[in-house]
Design a protein around this ligand. Structure first.
Ligand code: CMC
Length: 376
């Protein structure tokens, strides 16, 4: 008889796909999208260029990029009935739930013959990348009793999002930093939400269902939802004095509490995205003044390195993203939706890859219950 299959909690280290979308070397803290290092992508590209490359495998030529940007801009606006869906949701509800609801409803507004239809797949992917920022901005305005702001086709993806959110065009630096933050969050291999998108997609459900389920998965505090919690956690540290920060961290660790923004299943060194984000913090502070919370954060990073660095626990992408977003005037409960706006390109790249050589996900289980019982 064959050996019993081994149970691996959280499927840690178990390959779930063959993929050429994203390469991570956790020991060295390396991240590459389709072989291109994240540092180069953040420095040289726009989110639109990166999204195209993720979705279709190679960078667009100049003409292809122009056509893609124009198509994204055309697809930004929402049908008024999708706005109506948002208007009917409770304004105190979490924006991630509003985003899930709106994306799920898109499957009804944009039905396709079948996901095997390549043009339906492509167009659904473009629509989702284009419309997610509009949904998040519209929801934020609706819940405050304001009317959503129509997207502007003359602005780039990141600048247009900030414009729809705040009602004014962002300055060049803020738009650039938002663009880089979107690039940094665009893809990250087989994490929980990407796996979710691939599992849903493997049933040949439509891309709207795949992305709606991925958004649900991203929302949890162990995944994308961590970025909302980092700032409030940092606020519980009295000041940036090394002895106070150390005592705070030691207490948390002694109670076996997780410190949000630290640790990663794959990285055992500092997440390279956290390093790029720290560079952005510097630029933002130079222009808009510094935040005292940043001093607390850098001291916590130092203390945590001494306390748990040997266990491979270092800052992840969520540790500095909240400080950047807060400085840009983004409300805390929109931090995870902003993550989703970026990551949708990665989810869809994986979905398209999954559909090229699909087999429905159907893992097994290890039975631990009783069998052959009699109903009393
Ligand atoms: N604070 C304190 N201890 C930690 C932390 C942390 N943030 N992360 C891991 N550990 C410890 C954990 O207590 C355990 O210790 P021990 O071996 O003594 O029991 C050990 O490290 C392994 O932790 P784990 O939870 O089994 O590791 P995992 O690979 O299952 O989880 C993680 C990875 C990201 C869920 C976890 O590090 C965590 O909960 N971090 C805090 C939440 C967070 O920041 N999430 C964002 C992740 S990056 C963005 C994204 O992908 O969404």
């Amino acid at each position: 008889m064959a050996d019993k299959p081994e149970y691996v909690p959280g499927l840690a280290g178990v390959p779930a796909a063959r993929s050429s979308v994203c390469l991570i070397n956790g020991a060295e803290g390396k991240l590459q999208y389709r072989g291109y290092p994240i540092e180069q992508l953040a420095e040289k590209c726009t989110y639109e260029q990166v999204a195209y490359m993720l979705l279709f495998g190679e960078f667009a030529t100049d003409d292809e990029l122009k056509a893609f940007e124009a198509e994204l801009a055309r697809e930004r606006s929402l049908k008024f009935r999708i706005i109506d869906v948002l208007k009917n949701l409770p304004e105190r509800g979490h924006p991630m739930d509003a985003l899930t609801a709106a994306v799920a409803s898109m499957g009804m507004f944009y039905p396709g013959d079948h996901v095997e239809d390549l043009e339906f797949r492509r167009l659904s992917a473009v629509r989702l990348v284009a419309k997610l920022p509009t949904v998040v901005a519209a929801w934020h305005r609706i819940r405050q009793g304001d009317n959503p702001i129509e997207p502007r086709a003359d602005l780039g993806h990141a600048a247009n999002f900030l414009y729809m959110l705040h009602g004014e065009e962002p300055d060049e630096l803020t738009a650039k930093i938002m663009d880089v933050a979107l690039i940094l969050h665009a893809e990250h291999s087989m994490n929980a939400s990407t796996f979710t998108a691939r599992v849903t997609g493997s049933t040949l459900a439509d891309p709207y269902a795949a992305v709606a389920s991925a958004i649900g998965s991203l929302a949890g505090p162990l995944h994308g939802g961590a970025n909302e919690r980092v700032l409030s956690l940092l606020e519980t540290i009295p000041d940036s004095k090394p002895e106070n920060v150390r005592r705070w961290a030691e207490d948390k660790l002694a109670r076996k509490e997780k410190i949000m923004g630290f640790g990663h299943r794959v990285y055992k060194a500092k997440d390279p995205r956290a390093t790029v984000l720290q560079g952005l913090v510097g630029q933002l502070f130079e222009k808009f003044g510094s935040s005292p919370i940043y001093g607390v954060a850098t001291e916590l990073e130092k203390q945590m390195e001494q306390l748990v660095g040997h266990k491979g626990i270092y800052p992840n992408v969520d540790f500095y993203s909240g400080i950047v977003y807060e400085k840009m005037g983004i409300p805390i409960d929109l931090f995870t939706p902003v993550f989703a706006i970026a990551r949708v390109a990665g989810w869809l790249a994986h979905l398209l890859e999954q559909l090229q050589d699909n087999r429905i996900f159907r893992p097994s289980q290890i039975w631990v219950g009783e069998a052959d019982r009699t109903v009393p």
